[in-house]
Design a protein around this ligand. Structure first.
Ligand code: GLU
Length: 448
């Protein structure tokens, strides 16, 4: 083991030297390197071809200026990015994030995760990610439209339905995808599946809005099955209140679980009676249409609201972090475990810190890392691409059935590569399972 530790340290020293200051990127690469380096030592063909070193370097990074004019007539300038990380098994695929915290290191961590995640979906998609430090909060629809049009005026020359297919992420939902698609179509004079997450009437797939939340819930159910258990009757804490949290709440409730928390960047609500369909409809209107704060839910239903806090101190059986990266630290992870939580299924990307993950593994709980548990979103994006190519649109039932099967397949891959005695290490399973397909494709394609 000590031997591997030295190899990991040497590898990481090189990554840190080449990518200074990109702490989230270092964190994501380290988590993968720790499980992959022992595997690569046993499979020297990957070592000789330096596959790990190559997948940690983006194939291409595009940085650009986004000038736009706000409603007051003032000129605004934001930064735009697209990381084209890996195209060994398909065109670059991954979302766009619009959030003031966006920087190169955050997008590189997300693009790196996306490569392995997309490989796990079993669909032919490479990995990419992009976005801007633009903050949609408090902006009018017209401002968001002008920003999206300016963003696409540069991005359009780098993407295409066979090259790079962006989608949504934090701050980019149906409204933004619509504005981006409209501008792409105008510039290229082409109606193609260049973006996913489109509206149903103009090339979008059924179940795409639901897919990440549903998928993370299906993954939790699959993990529970390995212990002869299910979500029925379980108390579930969920963070976030965006698209992923909303549809995770819906699916957990459908499967007989009780969701007791939701949150936003201001605080969390605790509803011990459970967030049923009617209350969820209120929360969805609040967040998607009114674009208000989750505290209004507590006012409406007379339940607790905890300002400035995260929901991980609430007693639960299952936790589903569906907000953002590093939203569960080691103290919160231990609090969850001490309170009896034995399943963590990640709807967000890298929501648990490195120490939190160690705590889950030490406690041998069922821990589904984001790159496996939240892959349902991009999987249905892949199905949207297939429907666009076929110029067909599948029914809700058909897409949902395919999503469920894909989540079962991802779980199976994790079991295959992650089983260690009577424990399934899903981190190891997802990292190795995602890596092998990409690595073999890279070997076959030579040093490119
Ligand atoms: N942003 C989502 C993710 O993290 C979806 C990406 C996509 O649909 O391309 O996987």
């Amino acid at each position: 083991m000590a031997n591997y530790e030295n190899l990991v340290n040497d590898f990481m020293a090189d990554i840190i030297a080449k990518n200074p200051g990109e702490v989230e990127f270092h964190q994501a690469v380290l988590e993968v390197a720790e499980t992959l380096i022992p595997y690569i030592e046993e499979n020297p063909q990957y070592k000789e071809a330096k596959i790990l070193e190559r997948i940690a370097e983006p194939e291409r990074v595009i940085l650009f200026r986004i000038p736009w004019v706000d409603d007051k007539g003032e000129v605004q300038i934001n930064k735009g990015y697209r990381i084209e990380m890996n195209s060994a098994i398909g065109p670059y695929k991954g979302g766009l994030r619009f959030h003031p915290t966006v920087n190169l290191g955050i997008l590189k961590f997300l693009a790196f995760e996306q490569v392995l995640k997309n490989s796990l979906t079993t669909l032919p998609m490479g990995g990419g990610k992009g976005g801007s430090n633009f903050d949609p909060k408090g902006k009018t629809d017209n401002e968001v439209m002008r920003f999206c049009q300016s963003f696409m005026t540069e991005l359009f020359r780098h993407i295409g339905p066979n090259t790079d297919i962006p989608a949504g992420d934090i701050g980019v939902g149906g409204r933004e995808i619509g504005f981006l698609f409209g501008q792409y179509k105008r510039l290229k004079n082409e109606f193609t599946g260049v973006l996913t997450g489109k509206g149903r009437e103009w090339g979008g797939s059924r179940i795409r809005p639901e897919a990440t939340g549903y998928g993370a819930t299906y993954f939790a159910e699959e993990m529970l099955k390995t212990r002869g258990d299910s979500l029925k009757g379980k108390v579930v804490t969920i963070s976030g209140s965006g698209n992923v949290a909303q549809f995770a709440t819906q699916k957990v409730t459908d499967l007989g679980g009780k969701v007791v928390t939701l949150s936003d960047s201001s605080g969390y609500i605790y509803d011990p009676d459970g967030i049923d369909a009617e209350k969820l409809a209120f929360a969805m209107h609040l967040k998607n249409v009114k674009r208000g704060r989750i505290s209004e839910y507590a006012e409406k239903y007379g339940c607790e609201y905890h300002d400035g806090q995260r929901p991980w101190g609430v007693k639960c059986d299952v936790a589903m972090p569906c907000a953002t990266q590093n939203e569960i630290n080691v103290d919160e992870a231990k609090m969850l475990i001490d309170n009896g939580c034995f399943v963590v299924s990640e709807g967000a990307n890298m929501p648990s810190t490195a120490d939190a993950i160690v705590a889950y593994i030490d406690a041998k709980i069922l821990y589904g890392p984001g790159k496996a548990a939240n892959a349902g979103g991009v999987a249905v994006s892949g199905l949207e691409m297939s429907q666009n190519s076929l110029r067909l649109s599948w029914t809700r039932e058909e897409v949902d059935a395919r999503l469920l099967q894909i989540m079962k397949d991802i779980h199976e891959i994790c079991v295959k590569f992650g089983t260690d005695g009577d424990f399934i290490n899903y981190v190891q399973g997802a990292n190795i399972g995602g890596f092998v397909k990409v690595a073999d494709a890279m070997l076959a394609q030579g040093i490119v």
